[in-house]
Design a protein around this ligand. Structure first.
Ligand SMILES: NC(=O)N[C@@H](O)C(=O)O
Ligand code: NI
Length: 169
C-alpha cells in the first residue's frame, strides 16, 4: 500500500512513551488505602497545564464510532496542556499520534488500546481526535482549561488511511 497508509499496532507503554503515558494498573505503583478496602494505583500519568490561568478540566466525551479503514484528514495538538482519555466500560478505539518535525507531524502511528488501557497525550503532541470504533463510547477526559488558544490543527491532504495489516502480510 502507499506511504499514506498507517497500520494499527498494539498499545504498549514503551511504544507510546514518545507521545505520553499509557494509563493502566498493570505495572503501576499501588498500595492499599481506606483500611485495605481500596487499592490506589498511584500517579499513572503526568498532567501538564501550561499558559495563563491554567486549570485542569474533567469532562466526558461521548464518541460516535468510526469505521475501518479510517480516513484521517487531520491531526491536532494542544500546545498548552496534556489530554487524557480513559474509556468508561468496554471500548474498542484507536489512539493516533505523530512525531513533530519543525511544526509538521511525521511518522503518524495508530495504536489499539487493550482492555483497561487509557492514554495521557503529552502537551503539544500531534494526535487524531477521539476515535472510537464499533459503538458509541464514553471516555473520561482530563485536559487543560484557561486562557489562550489550546488547539492547533494540521490538515493531511490527501488524508491518510488507517487500517489493520493484512493477516500474514
Ligand atoms: N477538541 C477536543 O476537545 N477534542 C480533541 O482535542 C480530541 O483530541 O478529541
Ligand atoms: Ni485533542
Amino acid at each position: 500500500m502507499s506511504d499514506r497508509t498507517i497500520y494499527i499496532e498494539p498499545l504498549t507503554p514503551d511504544a507510546f512513551a514518545p507521545f505520553g503515558q499509557v494509563i493502566q494498573t498493570s505495572g503501576a505503583h499501588h498500595y492499599p488505602i481506606n483500611t485495605g478496602k481500596t487499592e490506589r494505583f498511584h500517579d499513572l500519568a503526568k498532567v501538564e497545564l501550561g499558559g495563563v490561568h491554567a486549570r485542569p478540566l474533567i469532562s466526558i466525551f461521548r464518541g460516535q464510532p468510526y469505521a475501518l479503514p479510517l480516513s484521517l484528514p487531520l491531526v491536532e495538538r494542544h500546545p498548552l496542556g496534556s489530554q487524557a482519555f480513559y474509556p468508561i466500560g468496554e471500548a474498542h478505539w484507536l489512539v493516533i499520534v505523530a512525531e513533530d518535525q519543525s511544526g509538521t507531524p511525521i511518522n503518524i502511528r495508530a495504536f489499539l488500546p487493550g482492555p483497561s488501557q487509557g492514554v495521557n497525550i503529552a502537551m503539544n503532541t500531534w494526535h487524531g481526535v477521539l476515535t472510537t470504533l464499533d459503538k458509541e463510547t464514553d471516555f473520561l477526559v482530563v485536559d487543560r482549561g484557561g486562557d489562550g488558544n489550546n488547539l492547533e490543527e494540521f490538515p493531511l491532504d490527501p488524508p491518510f488511511l488507517v487500517t489493520h495489516r493484512e493477516r500474514g502480510a
